[in-house]
Ligand binder design. Structure first.
Ligand code: GDP
Length: 205
């Protein structure tokens, strides 16, 4: 995918603030500090579009990026920051569920998990929620530059088992540091977007 334009268009805390121009959307979810901003920046070939943060849990908004004037990347707030209060956790759930449930333009959710560790309980809950709600999704194991090639098969198994995935082949390896997996992930996203005409539009501009 050639990214000709990528712009931050706004932050939302509720449906009021969601874009209304009916372009298709791909959302990205993961626990705080998993590498979501780095993955977005790498996919888009922009160094600092999505902020890479050293203070996890800070961003508690849903952020919209318009790509090639054709579709949106939707950066969901990271979950699982240890220090959040019960009230903040509930407001996170309300905000994210409010987006994921019944968002007509949502084509798929990319769930990002750390390749070095088994999925956390919150990763499991998020994945189970997506399965139950029948939201199209795929899981990406990021920071794979930090694990040895020899251990990849095992990491894939551990992640697939932890997330109770029916098909481990749906797991993708990714590294924002080396760029590994960028092309493959774009291939997946193109599939999700293609029925909508977004890709055709992109080709014509
Ligand atoms: P976010 O909170 O999920 O948006 O995570 P960030 O993108 O801010 O990344 C958290 C930390 O992980 C930062 O220190 C990044 O430099 C580091 N990081 C992110 N992606 C990768 C990766 O693919 N490989 C390595 N080695 N480090 C990464």
């Amino acid at each position: 995918m050639k990214v000709t334009s990528a712009e931050f268009v706004g932050s939302a805390t509720g449906p009021r603030d969601f874009p209304r121009d009916r372009r298709p959307e791909i959302a990205f979810a993961g626990r705080s500090n998993v590498g979501k901003s780095s993955l977005l920046n790498r996919l888009l070939g922009r160094r600092k579009l999505a902020r890479v943060s050293k203070t996890p849990g800070r961003t508690q908004t849903i952020n919209f990026y318009r790509i090639n004037e054709a579709f949106y990347f939707v950066d969901l707030p990271g979950y699982g920051y240890a220090k959040v209060s019960e009230q903040m956790r509930r407001s996170w759930e309300g905000m994210v569920e409010g987006y994921l449930r019944g968002r007509e333009m949502l084509r798929a959710v990319v769930m990002i998990v750390d390749a070095r560790h088994p999925p956390t309980v919150l990763d499991q809950e998020m994945h189970a929620w997506l399965q139950a709600a029948q939201v199209p999704h795929l899981a990406v194991l990021t920071k794979v530059d930090k694990v040895s090639r020899a251990s990849r098969g095992r990491r894939r198994e551990i992640a697939a088992t932890g997330l109770r995935m029916h098909d481990p082949d749906r797991l993708r390896f990714f590294s924002a540091t080396t760029g590994e997996g960028v092309r493959e992930l774009w291939g997946d996203l193109a599939q999700y977007l293609q029925d909508t005409g977004a890709m055709a539009k992109e080709r014509n501009t």
